[in-house]
Write a protein that binds this ligand. Structure first.
Ligand code: NAG
Ligand code: NAG
Ligand code: NAG
Ligand code: NAG
Length: 329
């Protein structure tokens, strides 16, 4: 009896339950619909917010990381010991399908092995499409003279010079919120490679001029880089086998990309040079004298430019001059 009652009760529950549940749910939903809407929105936000505030900045940063930077032109004019004017053209490379807008920002430029920036640049705003060109045209105060001297030395001596362009900037893609990205690019440029190919292509002995110069010639300086460097008035020391024979002067020197031919005047101890090719103890009877040339100074508007002076001083050049032929003519 009790079993039967239980069973019938059970059946009753079984058969009656679904309609009750349905009715209960409908009533519940009707009453608590707002809770479902809130729940749905919460879930949506939980999914979307990380995408916008974590995923999207990550993608943005990844694309910035993957982009490349190339410097196609760089011109330094109006140099002083602690400032100059710079014009620079940079080209952005990007394979990304996103083309965000990057804000203007201040970039620190340093050598890879140094924490001290040698240059601070105002990088303009740019749309990051492949091949986008950003032009910089500004006066710079050198943040650290030694750091720029180290960079000038690297440019003078090395076939390639790497530098790190570092800064933080805003990035905006479409209607997404602006995000901050770190710009940290290594740019590699050609250097002057020790002025490899430097030569004195022509020279002659001249009557002593007002400045005491008694030789003039033409100097060939190849510049494989994209840099135009205004260096001012250069003074160089000439020596043969470690013995000083005089000085050379090149005025208003601007080294441009490609081949440079620059007039050089020299003040040479002619008696000493003559002794090298003629006379009892002459070592170079064939008339061809091996001359070592090393820079003393670069002076612009009366001021020594220590960064160029040091770079020139560190770079010993060598030419074989047919002094005999010049004297004979
Ligand atoms: C971007 O590069 C930096 C190193 O410069 C690295 O620490 C960071 O994890 C990279 N970010 C992404 C999203 O790839
Ligand atoms: C910039 O990137 C270089 C290597 O690509 C890394 O060694 C350096 O730590 C990065 N600098 C910063 C500040 O993230
Ligand atoms: C330097 O120039 C002279 C004159 O043009 C030329 O005869 C000589 O071969 C050149 N030397 C080098 C190393 O190119
Ligand atoms: C180079 O020297 C000459 C003669 O002294 C001078 O007239 C000229 O202004 C100097 N050039 C520079 C760039 O300082």
């Amino acid at each position: 009896m009790s079993d039967n009652l239980d069973k019938s009760h059970h059946d009753a529950v079984e058969t009656a339950a679904p309609p009750t549940k349905k009715r209960g749910c409908a009533a519940h939903c009707k009453r608590f619909w707002w809770a479902y809407v809130i729940g749905f929105i919460v879930v949506l936000l939980v999914v979307i917010l990380p995408v916008i505030y974590v995923g999207y900045p990550n993608i943005a940063q990844r694309d910035v990381n993957r982009s490349t930077l190339e410097i196609t032109e760089m011109e330094i004019t109006d140099p002083s010991p602690d400032s100059f004017h710079i014009r620079l053209t940079q080209v952005i490379g990007s394979k990304s399908k996103y083309h965000p807008n990057l804000d203007a920002f201040n970039a620190d430029v340093s050598l890879p092995n140094s924490d001290e920036p040698f240059l601070k640049l105002n990088v303009p705003a740019v749309k990051a499409v492949d091949g986008a060109v950003a032009k910089i045209d500004q006066d710079v105060d050198l943040p650290n003279g030694d750091a720029f001297a180290a960079y000038s030395l690297a440019v003078m001596k090395q076939e390639e010079v790497s530098m790190i362009v570092f800064g933080e900037t805003g990035l905006k893609e479409g209607s997404l919120p602006k995000t901050t990205v770190t710009y940290n690019k290594t740019v590699t440029m050609k250097g002057l490679n020790g002025l490899k190919g430097f030569n004195v292509t022509e020279f002659e002995i001249t009557p002593r001029d007002d400045d005491g110069n008694n030789m003039r010639g033409n100097v060939f300086i190849p510049n494989p880089s994209v840099m135009t460097l205004t260096m001012g008035n250069l003074t160089l020391s000439l020596s043969v086998d470690g013995k000083d024979i005089g000085k050379s002067f090149m005025n208003n020197v601007v080294i441009r990309p490609g081949d440079n031919n620059i007039e050089m005047k020299s003040k040479v101890d002619q008696a000493q040079v003559l002794g090298l090719i003629a006379g009892r103890n002459a070592r170079y009877r064939n008339g061809i004298v091996p001359i070592d040339i090393v820079g003393d100074s670069a002076v612009y508007n009366g001021e020594d430019l220590p960064y160029y002076s040091k770079a020139l001083a560190s770079n010993k050049l060598h030419v074989e001059l047919n002094v005999g032929a010049a004297l004979g003519s």
